[in-house]
Design a protein around this ligand. Structure first.
Ligand SMILES: [Zn+2]
Length: 84
């Protein structure tokens, strides 16, 4: 039973994450990268929803780089719930 749950979670992950990454990469000014944990959060976020850090890198090249990294590499922490 627990195996089944796991499968659902991992199945959900990759394509959705890649799609999100593409969305971020095409509109980097709406996002920023947490300097503590490298999560991508919406530019209006005050603190990181993952680590609660408050230092962000808003440079668009950094956001695009990170989006591609998170979308193509193995699972790290994209705070998808924070991205609108
Ligand atoms: Zn963070």
């Amino acid at each position: 039973m627990s195996k089944q749950t796991n499968k659902i979670f991992s199945k959900h992950g990759s394509s959705e994450r890649l799609q999100k990454a593409q969305e971020i990469a095409s509109n980097p000014s709406a996002y920023k990268v947490c300097e503590c944990c490298d999560s991508i959060v919406g530019s209006s976020s005050v603190t990181c929803s993952n680590c609660h850090g408050y230092r962000f890198d808003k440079s668009q090249t950094r956001v695009v780089d990170q989006a591609i990294f998170l979308g193509t590499r193995k699972k790290t922490s994209v705070t998808a719930s924070d991205l609108v």
